[in-house]
Design a protein around this ligand. Structure first.
Ligand code: HAM
Length: 439
């Protein structure tokens, strides 16, 4: 926002009582324990991708608008949903609606050795109509492998996502697979679909008629009942595939079969972004409502580097929706939030200085520890200790303080003896060793 309008906005609120501010429509705060679950999911993904030789790339959230125009000037993501604005220096910029375009821009800019195998995690922004599983700010994890047109790389990429779903416990996932052919195959196919749908124009929904003008293939994705008949009789890509594209696709299918990854061919799968060529795929969570059941998708984008001023370079990747995978995990009752864990919670009945010093000392020794501030009664501090999920309470009363000791009590749920609380007096200087031994 230019400085002037910001100052005007500030002046306008200066005299009014403060309003209770809210997050924007379609944007959410993720609080603990849900945040712990997301963190765990992302960490697991990082583990899976790293173990297959992918290294992290962190592109900026904000890019030159032209980077995203390459995603497809005929797609809703670009024309209707992008958060774009003019920066203070007059540059047209946009918040990223996805990560592939930024990663390919980085590839063209830095010219790393190929194949460049990278993974990423982070937020994206699309001004969509919010609903369950569809937000304006959402997180993805994903990979891109740039610089090889080997069909076995398509298999590796798909297998990596598949293994990740298994790792987090999702079992009801369907892999939908298609090919859009080479650039020319796709162009001829698009014209054939345009012709076919044009002949059925009168029966199409209003929305499909508008989409038909800009992007005929997207009409194939329509779930509107009026469009069903025309879509069902539309030509399929199979009739337009060049021998090279057919061979590539055959090798991908053969590879998936060899690895025991079941797939369903979906000839209507065109995906929402324009850069795809050859292999395209989507993962549908069968436990979710059909409208929002795509938990991830991807494909090859062999023309993207070139469109950003680089040499023609092949690439393939996918992005998985973090929010949607967690919804799918809820629906399958898997991947619960990890339990909060602390080694010790310090309960100080002597004024707080002992808690201050002991928590510091324990943390420095690598023992996780917390305490309560504004210390209250023994009862309220013990309640806080229980709530913290700590294994032990380290209690300092006047008695212990005078004797240079502490009482270590094993907290409920952590004791070996059912229900009973076990406690012992430990010399202050032995506390670290004592807790280390008990871990
Ligand atoms: P995409 O299909 O647009 O592909 O998004 C991938 C996944 O992100 C979706 O399957 C969905 O799970 C999640 N997602 C998308 N939009 C939203 C939203 N508004 N709210 C919640 N989740 C959402 C891409 O982004 C491509 N960059 C994938 C790719 C990588 N292709 C090649 N490489």
């Amino acid at each position: 926002m230019p400085g002037g309008s910001c100052a005007v906005a500030l002046a306008a609120v200066a005299d009014r009582p403060a309003e209770r501010l809210q997050s924007l429509t379609g944007m959410r705060d993720v609080l603990w324990p849900e945040s712990a679950r997301r963190r765990e999911l992302v960490d697991r993904f990082v583990g899976t991708a790293s173990a297959a030789g992918y290294r992290e790339v962190v592109p900026p959230l904000l890019e030159d608008l032209r980077v995203f125009l390459r995603v497809g000037e005929a797609t809703d993501v670009v024309t209707k949903e992008m958060y774009e604005f003019t920066d203070r220096d007059g540059t047209r910029v946009a918040l990223r609606p996805e990560l592939t375009a930024g990663v390919v821009r980085a590839f063209v800019q830095h010219r790393p050795l190929t194949p460049w195998k990278v993974f990423y995690t982070g937020s994206n922004f699309r001004h969509e109509r919010p609903q369950k599983g569809r937000y304006r700010s959402f997180d993805q994890v994903g990979i891109e492998a740039i610089g090889s047109d080997d069909a076995d790389l398509d298999v590796e990429v798909i297998a990596l996502a598949w293994r990740f779903f298994e790792d987090i416990g999702l079992t009801e996932v369907q892999l939908l697979l298609n090919t859009l052919g080479e650039h020319d195959d796709r162009a001829r196919y698009t014209e054939a679909v345009r012709g076919h749908l044009g002949a059925h124009r009168d029966s199409l929904s209003e929305a499909a008629r508008t989409t038909l003008e800009r992007n005929p293939l997207r009409v194939l994705d329509s779930r509107r009942p009026e469009d069903r008949a025309a879509v069902a009789t539309a030509p399929t890509i199979a009739e337009f595939l060049s021998p090279a594209a057919s061979q590539h696709f055959a090798r991908v299918k053969e590879g998936l079969e060899a690895l025991g990854i079941p797939y369903t061919i979906d000839e209507r799968l065109v995906r929402g972004l324009d850069y795809y060529r050859r292999t395209t795929f989507e993962f549908a969570a069968m436990a979710l409502d059909a409208a929002q059941n795509a938990i991830g998708g991807g494909g090859r984008y062999d023309g993207l580097a070139e469109s950003m001023g680089g040499k023609p370079t092949d690439g393939i990747g996918f992005a998985l929706g973090v929010d949607r995978m967690l919804l799918a995990a809820d629906a399958e009752s898997v991947f619960e939030a990890p339990e909060a864990h602390l080694d010790a919670f310090v309960v100080d009945l002597t004024g707080g200085a002992a808690a201050r010093d002991i928590t510091h000392e324990l943390r420095a020794a690598g023992i996780s520890a917390d305490r309560r501030f504004d210390p209250g009664s023994m009862k309220s501090q013990m309640k806080a200790a229980d709530r913290s999920g700590a294994g032990h309470a380290v209690i300092v009363g006047e008695d212990e303080l005078a004797a240079g000791e502490v009482t270590v009590r094993v907290l409920r749920g952590h004791s070996d003896t059912a229900g009973e609380s076990v406690q012992e007096r430990v010399r202050r200087q032995d506390l670290v060793a004592h807790l280390q031994q008990r871990r």
